[in-house]
Ligand binder design. Structure first.
Ligand SMILES: [Zn+2]
Length: 97
């Protein structure tokens, strides 16, 4: 992810937040946040009663990694749900939307 991508993600998050502020539960309201240069992923592996070892991952969800620069508290934002799949050229399976 380049700095342009990070700017697109931050702009979209700020748009969704409106007048609200992102408050760190550890550092408080004055925390400074940054977006990590790489994304993270979580994988869908099956029904709730299936252990991960019983099924192969079928879907990956790309996540922006947003880190509090004061304490390291980290949040993840699903880039598909954020509405940036097309803008960031993320391929999306039909059942992920
Ligand atoms: Zn913090």
């Amino acid at each position: 992810m380049n700095s342009g991508h990070r700017e697109i993600i931050m702009d979209k998050i700020l748009e969704k937040m409106g007048d609200r502020r992102l408050v760190c539960p550890i550092s408080g309201p004055e925390a400074k946040w940054s977006i990590h240069p790489k994304t993270a992923s979580v994988y869908a592996v099956g029904a709730p009663n299936e252990l991960p070892v019983q099924s192969m991952p079928s879907q990956a969800y790309p996540l922006a990694v947003i880190i509090c620069e004061d304490c390291g508290y980290t949040i993840f934002v699903n880039l598909i749900k954020l509405g940036l799949a097309a803008e960031l050229d993320i391929s999306v399976a039909s059942d992920e939307q």
